[in-house]
Ligand binder design. Structure first.
Ligand SMILES: Nc1nc2c(c(=O)[nH]1)N[C@@H](CN(C=O)c1ccc(C(=O)N[C@@H](CCC(=O)O)C(=O)O)cc1)CN2
Length: 318
């Protein structure tokens, strides 16, 4: 099924030709966000938002994502820089780059692409980023603001922020109330699971965070009016786990071998949810690719603009 063919200009929520779930179009959602940012930047007299992305090592997927971030930044009219560091860089070397960027008045947003090579821990490096330039929203100051519900002041991690926009679009299209809804988040990462749980709480949803040690995960998922799948395991959540009428936001982006031997690529992307199996049960679902992924990059631009406006004193915050 081709998502592009099914696009409806009004909502960005698409009706597929088979099954009954609406498809939530993240590509379209991201284009809307990026167009709005580009427009705002044109009107910023004498202020050019600046984004710096640090890539340590040469992971091919990370190289693609970092490249896409730079391209989006330039398309929005931002000043964009990329720092490529060797995989064997020491923590002190990465910290030295961050210190320079913290002090650089042309840079308003700093992002360390994750994961670091060889599973290295990024905690101390992230903590060295000036909180007002932490456009990934991972510094403890920003996660703390989110945890206390101060969403206005926090810089919010990009994937959760983008997921919430798609969820709200689907809820509006279905006349579905998030307030009081049972939301289940599968995955407890600092990048996605925990922040998205906080954002759902802020919408007055009743939130459960499930994870690899959760007892009877299928039963927990079956309670979900809103399901956020962020486990990073290809198609782990089966169609018969989905509650009829649920809104499903699939954050997983997993590369698996292609099933069609005639396919151009030897691999294909799938989410954490068995998509085809879920179409008849869910009320709305994000596809992979073309769902949450593109929103991640759009929300990074949104955070960079927000940071630039605050740092330059044009908007309050922090
Ligand atoms: N510091 C960070 N590191 C990582 C983040 C992050 O938010 N901050 N998120 C992911 C990777 N990521 C951005 O960094 C990202 C992943 C996927 C996409 C995307 O648009 N995916 C497309 C498919 C692309 C493809 O063909 O491979 C889609 O889903 O349609 C954008 C950004 C981990 N690291």
């Amino acid at each position: 099924m081709s998502v592009a063919q099914l696009s409806t200009p009004e909502t960005g929520v698409l009706r597929p030709s088979s099954g009954k779930a609406l498809l939530i179009d993240g590509k379209r959602g991201s284009e809307e966000v990026l167009a709005e940012i580009t427009e705002q930047v044109r009107g910023l007299d004498g202020l050019q938002p600046g984004l710096a992305v640090i890539l340590v090592g040469a992971d091919p997927a990370s190289q693609v994502y970092v490249g896409a971030k730079g391209k989006a930044a330039k398309a929005c009219g931002f000043h964009s820089v990329q720092h490529d560091l060797p995989a064997e860089s020491t923590e002190a070397e990465i910290l030295a780059v961050i210190q320079k960027l913290n002090a650089d008045p042309k840079i308003h947003g700093i992002l360390l692409q994750l994961p670091l090579p060889n599973g290295a821990d990024a905690t101390r490096i992230i903590e060295s980023i000036a909180p007002e330039k932490d456009v990934d929203g991972l510094h403890p100051i920003n996660s703390g603001l989110l945890a206390i519900g101060d969403i206005e002041r926090a810089l919010i991690p990009c994937t959760p922020a983008g997921s919430m926009i798609l969820l709200q679009k689907a809820a509006a299209a279905l006349n579905f109330k998030l307030q009081g809804a049972e939301a289940v988040v599968v995955g407890r990462s600092n990048l996605v699971g925990k922040p998205i749980a906080q954002l759902l709480l802020a919408q007055n949803a009743t939130v459960t965070i499930a994870h690899s040690r959760t007892r009877d995960l299928p039963a927990v998922v079956r309670r979900a009016d809103v399901l956020i799948a962020a486990v990073g395991r290809p198609e782990m959540i089966k169609g018969d786990w989905i509650k009829p009428g649920a809104i499903v936001i699939d954050v997983g982006i997993n590369r698996v071998p292609a099933t069609d031997p005639a396919a151009k690529s030897k691999t294909r992307l799938v989410g954490d949810v068995a998509f085809a199996e879920s179409l008849d049960t869910a009320a709305a679902i994000t596809p992979v690719p073309g769902g949450v992924g593109p929103m991640t990059i759009a929300m990074l631009m949104s955070n960079t603009l927000k940071a630039a406006l605050r740092i330059s004193g044009r908007k309050s915050g922090h």
